[in-house]
Design a protein around this ligand. Structure first.
Ligand SMILES: Nc1ncnc2c1ncn2[C@@H]1O[C@H](COP(=O)(O)OP(=O)(O)OP(=O)(O)O)[C@@H](O)[C@H]1O
Ligand SMILES: [Mg+2]
Length: 158
């Protein structure tokens, strides 16, 4: 599958990408995040949250598993499935979120790959040295291909 790259040299760069992506989201959008501990999945999610008009603090959902927020544009469903079993994940009824009115951001998404909708944007964040991060975006489905094409056209992605 085709993928696209974004190189962040610092947190501001990560925020810039998040803001661009936030401007593209529609109800039922799903962004699947992966990358090692401390790669920046939560940091990126916080920036997306701000981008869709969520006010207040967005914490890591590692212990709550799913947290819902009201954005000015649409609701945000922020998930972290690192700590749950396959069975627990199946019981969460994730489809309600994936096919709901909001944007789903799911950290450690590859752990529940079988439960994800085929149409989604996958983002793998690779930890470089210091504050460097490489974002690898893989679009699944026409809507996300259009997002990536748009971002590339505007010089955001390689
Ligand atoms: N360019 C960058 N983009 C994002 N975070 C960065 C960057 N540079 C440094 N950081 C720091 O890296 C850390 C990323 O932590 P974060 O909690 O977002 O990771 P995570 O991928 O969600 O980890 P976990 O798997 O534990 O949930 C933060 O402390 C953040 O300040
Ligand atoms: Mg996290």
């Amino acid at each position: 599958m085709a993928y696209y790259l974004y190189r962040a040299a610092n947190e501001e760069d990560t925020e810039s990408l998040a803001r661009q992506i936030a401007s593209l989201v529609m109800p039922g959008a799903v962004i699947a995040l992966d990358g090692d501990l401390g790669a920046g999945k939560t940091r990126f999610s916080q920036a997306i949250a701000r981008g869709i008009g969520v006010e207040g603090v967005v914490n890591s959902p590692t212990f709550t598993i799913i947290k819902e927020y009201e954005g000015s544009e649409l609701p945000l469903y922020h998930m972290d499935v690192y700590r749950i079993s396959q069975e627990e994940a199946e019981d969460l009824g994730l489809d309600e979120y994936f096919y709901g009115e909001g944007l789903t951001l799911i950290e450690w998404a590859s752990l529940v790959k079988e439960l994800l909708p085929p149409d989604r944007l996958e983002i793998y964040i690779e930890h470089g040295g210091d504050n460097n991060r490489v974002f690898r975006l893989t679009p699944g489905g026409a809507a996300y291909e259009a997002w990536c094409a748009n971002l590339k056209e505007n010089g955001w992605l390689e």
